[in-house]
Every structure is written in structure tokens, then in C-alpha cells.
Design a protein around this ligand. Structure first.
Ligand SMILES: Nc1ncnc2c1ncn2[C@@H]1O[C@H](COP(=O)(O)OP(=O)(O)OP(=O)(O)O)[C@@H](O)[C@H]1O
Ligand SMILES: [Mg+2]
Length: 292
């Protein structure tokens, strides 16, 4: 078998490998019917990418470009109209091997924090004692052990998001789909949660598809960044983030590569938003921010 150069690992398509990639999208398009019989919305167009095992990928793109749709396709919650999605070489289906942190938390309001996490562990794989142990361990990990008996209605948005994170991590899945998981968390906790996520990832090496609007978050966390166009989402650029890991062990933000990537991605994001007819900033002549 031909050795694959590192910079092609996880490349666009057509590569040969002994093992199937962890995730493969091959020319996937997806549209949604609009209410009232209006024209369908084309959410994604011809999306192709592959993700090798143990790789952290950030999906970066303007609002409405189809990031959540990509995660739902990867989980098997929905199917594409055309093209193919595979997870470890087979059509994806939701289960304990895929953890999903939803943008909207999706906690069960009448169940305690602990029961919400244990819910993900229901089924023949885990005994009752193991469920309890895993739930407690992951609630500790996200700093919510003391709130295990609270109900979602008693929690702040950031706390709910951390419960959702604990729930997705509790099965120790091979694939973790994370939809803006830190968006409602305050800045200080967010920074700590990023470090915690980097530690978990270093330890367990799941495949992560991580949706974010934040250029900084994408660079600090990911091995690779997929930059998506405004709707219909297409892959505009794939960028390898060659910053040494562990990135919490030094000031990665001071590295020349970080500064270069940040400036490039911020500029591209700005251009993408300004060129999107559905954006409120469409066509405006906005100079780049002077100092970011
Ligand atoms: N179930 C649905 N029914 C109808 N339209 C949908 C549905 N889900 C998504 N869409 C549309 O598909 C497009 C992409 O949606 P998606 O939620 O994937 O975007 P996104 O990139 O995650 O946006 P955001 O950054 O705001 O979360 C949007 O125009 C959205 O309105
Ligand atoms: Mg979304």
C-alpha cells in the first residue's frame, strides 16, 4: 500500500487508504422544503471532505451556510439529496459511538442534570452502576457535580450547554459532533472549557467536527479548518493548522503561524459575509477593523 503524504491525509477525495476515513462526504447536496410550498432552500451544494481518525476539524462559516446541516448528515439524523456520507465506511446512524452537542442543548426539562447525562448511556452497553459513575465523572469534568440534582430550568444557558457537553462525552464516542458548544458560556469559562476539551481530545483522540463562528476558537482547537461559503454552503478552503500540541502548554496565539492564519481567516470571513445577499451587511463598504 502506498504511503500517504501527511498533507494529503484527509484531503478532498480519491485517496487510497487501507482503512476507510472516519467521516467522508462525497459531493453531498441538501435542500429543505420551505413551509407553504415556496421554493426549496438549497442548504449545501457539492460538499466533499474526508476526516481521518483522531483528527479535530473545525467548520467555520457565516450564519445559515449549513454547518448544523453537515453535523446532522454526519450523525445520520438526515440524509443528503445527492452524494454520499459515510462514517467508518458505512452510512451513519445515531448511536453511542457518535456524541452530539446540539446548538440548542436539547435537555429533557423534567429530568435532573444527572438523569439527562445518564439518558445517553441507556441501553445494553452500560450497567446502572456504570451509568452513574460515568455521569458523575463527566459532570465533574464540566464543573457541574454540585448541580447533579438540579433541573435544566434552574440552570443558566452556559450551565445547560455544559450538561449537553457532559452528555455527549459520557459514552466516550469515537466521533464527537459539536455545534457551537461554547457559544453561551461566559468568556472565562469558555477559555477553560476549550483547554478541557483539548485535554480530553489529547487523551481519547476522538474525531471531532466542531462548528464555530470564532476564528480564534477554530485555530486554537483544530488540526484542520473547513471554511464554508454563505448558503448554499460549499467548501471554500481547507486549511491545516500546523501549531504544535498541546497548545495550552504555550502561548500559541503569539506564534507567527497563528497570527497569519487569524488575519487570513478573519479577512475571508468578512468578505464572505459582505458578499452574501442574505446578510444584513451585504454590499456595504466596511473597512477591515484596524486592530483585532
Ligand atoms: N429543517 C429545516 N427546514 C427548513 N430549512 C432548514 C432546515 N434546517 C436548515 N434549514 C435551512 O438550511 C440553511 C442552513 O441551515 P443550518 O442550520 O445548517 O445553518 P448554520 O450554518 O448552522 O447556521 P447558524 O450559524 O446560524 O447556526 C438555512 O437557510 C436554514 O434556514
Ligand atoms: Mg447552526
Amino acid at each position: 500500500m502506498r504511503a500517504m503524504p501527511k498533507d494529503l491525509a484527509g484531503g478532498e477525495q480519491g485517496q487510497q487508504s487501507r482503512f476507510p476515513p472516519a467521516i467522508r462526504f462525497d459531493r453531498v447536496s441538501k435542500s429543505f422544503a420551505s413551509a407553504g410550498g415556496r421554493a426549496a432552500v438549497l442548504a449545501l451544494q457539492d460538499i466533499s471532505f474526508t476526516v481521518e481518525p483522531a483528527t479535530f476539524v473545525a467548520l467555520l462559516g457565516p450564519s445559515g451556510c449549513g454547518k448544523t446541516t453537515i453535523l446532522r448528515l454526519a450523525d445520520g439524523l438526515i440524509r443528503g439529496d445527492t452524494g454520499k456520507v459515510e462514517v467508518f465506511g458505512a452510512p451513519p446512524k445515531p448511536g453511542p459511538n457518535i456524541g452530539f452537542v446540539f446548538q440548542t442543548f436539547r435537555l429533557i426539562p423534567w429530568a435532573s442534570v444527572q438523569d439527562n447525562v445518564e439518558f445517553a448511556l441507556k441501553g445494553p452497553l452500560f450497567s446502572q452502576a456504570e451509568r452513574r459513575e460515568r455521569a458523575n465523572r463527566h459532570l465533574e469534568l464540566v464543573g457541574l457535580a454540585e448541580f447533579r440534582h438540579a433541573y435544566p430550568g434552574e440552570l443558566s444557558g452556559g450551565m445547560k450547554q455544559r450538561v449537553a457537553l457532559a452528555r455527549a462525552l459520557a459514552t466516550e464516542p469515537d466521533i464527537l459532533l459539536m455545534d457551537e458548544p461554547f457559544a453561551s458560556i461566559d468568556a472565562q469559562t469558555r477559555e477553560l472549557m476549550r483547554i478541557e476539551l483539548m485535554r480530553i481530545w489529547t487523551d481519547r483522540r476522538p474525531v471531532v467536527l466542531f462548528v464555530t463562528h470564532s476564528v480564534d476558537e477554530a485555530i486554537i482547537l483544530a488540526d484542520r479548518i473547513l471554511l464554508l461559503s454563505p448558503r448554499p454552503g460549499r467548501t471554500v478552503k481547507t486549511i491545516e493548522v500546523e501549531l504544535e500540541r498541546p497548545r495550552w502548554a504555550y502561548d500559541a496565539r503569539a506564534e507567527p503561524r497563528y497570527v497569519e492564519l487569524r488575519s487570513f481567516l478573519s479577512e475571508r470571513m468578512r468578505e464572505l459575509v459582505l458578499s452574501d445577499p442574505s446578510s444584513e451587511f451585504y454590499g456595504r463598504d466596511l473597512a477591515p477593523p484596524a486592530d483585532r
